[in-house]
Design a protein around this ligand. Structure first.
Ligand code: AMP
Length: 358
């Protein structure tokens, strides 16, 4: 369910395993091609959902904003992984953070709010600066407003259109990390090395894998948080957990119950890509190795087409364009660079970013 670039890359990985795909999405920018079928329909269209589910061995979703009712409708007909509870939790920032809290996974202090007065009260707990984030339908920095001073409350409330939200303390993180984990139908788990991520305007710009200066303790702490999360959700598939590293340790920011942008480097950089491992997990196959040899960097192509010729001059560069119409802030593709070590990869990432800045 869903037919964006994540679905496209899942299908590319799955065709090599001999799988066939059917996609359903209201948009027609589909992963067309051999061994794929596309149903263009709204998720509220039950006839289309029934047609989608017919004859499938297993269904999955590549986008967490798909209405949970649509996923449930399909789950009544065919097995759906990851389980619905995962998409329901990830769709609502309040449920998500309460889930982290319940599992002892540290997060920034937060308060659930549904009115402007509650925002004012919440700031007593969170302090300022704080971030107001809508509970649902916020991603890539959308549906968020920073409150630096108390007189900014009213503007922030307008910015989130008065939607049910959470207020969260501003985190002075030293860096952003993510851990991509995968859990099979038998409960077996595997993890990729922690990834270091660079955002601006709430959008992921580039990632480095493995994240530099990660101790074995830090890696296993991140794995432990991801493992707890997967176990509690009885999870099957790939899950991403986004983390802030701070002076006092790791804080969970959010999770994505799907393959994730910060794992795209695994296509060339790891023994088994996150896409193949997601499919292996949901199909009940043994998981593939998540080992990586050297290092990898991934740069998102955002808003406009890159100069492919310039990019080709970078060593070990792998270009992935998604065939989407350029629009400001839209993810149009990604560029992966691989190398023996992080120093070389950092250098290649700079070259890619320069080639794209024009
Ligand atoms: P999110 O949609 O929650 O992933 O937020 C998008 C980006 O905004 C994050 O990757 C951070 O760079 C930044 N951000 C989100 N929440 C906070 C916070 N509480 N403190 C500081 N930066 C934040």
């Amino acid at each position: 369910m869903g037919a964006g670039q994540l679905g496209q890359m899942l299908a590319l990985a799955g065709r090599r395993l001999g799988f066939e795909f059917r996609f359903m999405s209201p948009e027609s920018n589909a992963p067309a091609g051999r061994n794929s079928e596309m149903i263009v329909a709204e998720y509220s269209n039950e006839a289309a959902l029934a047609h989608f589910a017919e004859g499938l061995d297993v269904a999955t979703y590549e986008f967490e904003s798909i209405p949970a009712e649509a996923v449930r409708f399909v789950a009544e007909r065919v097995p759906v992984f990851p389980p619905i509870v995962a998409i329901e939790t990830a769709q609502d920032r309040a449920l998500e953070k309460q889930c982290f809290e319940k599992l002892g996974i540290p997060t920034a202090p937060f308060v659930v709010v549904s009115g402007m007065n509650e925002v004012r009260q919440a700031l007593e707990k969170t302090g300022v600066p704080a971030v107001l984030k809508t509970r649902v339908l916020g991603y890539d920095g959308k549906g968020q407003a920073v409150i630096r001073r108390k007189d900014e409350i009213a503007n922030a409330w307008v910015a989130v259109k008065g939607a049910p939200s959470i207020v969260e303390s501003w985190v002075n993180f030293s860096r952003e990390l993510s851990i991509i984990g995968v859990r099979g139908r038998t409960g077996e788990t595997a993890f990729y090395p922690l990834v270091e991520n660079y955002h601006s305007e709430g959008i992921l710009r580039f990632s480095l894998a493995p994240a530099p200066n990660v101790s074995a303790e830090l890696q296993s702490l991140a794995e432990d948080y991801s493992r707890r999360l997967m176990a509690s959700l009885d999870y099957v598939g790939v899950i991403a957990l986004e983390l802030f590293q701070t002076e006092t340790g790791l804080l969970a920011n959010e999770m994505a119950p799907r393959v994730h942008n910060t794992g795209h480097w695994t296509i060339e950089g790891a023994d088994t890509s996150q896409f193949e491992n997601h499919l292996r997990a949901i199909a009940g196959l043994p998981l593939g190795s998540t080992e990586m040899g050297g290092a990898a960097g991934m740069v998102n192509v955002i808003g406009r087409e890159p100069d492919v010729e310039k990019l080709q001059s970078v060593e070990n560069v792998h270009i992935h364009m998604y065939g989407k119409v350029p629009r400001p802030k839209r993810k149009l593709g990604h560029i992966t660079v691989t190398g023996d070590d992080l120093a070389g990869v950092r250098n290649s990432v700079s070259q890619v970013r320069n080639a794209m800045s024009r």
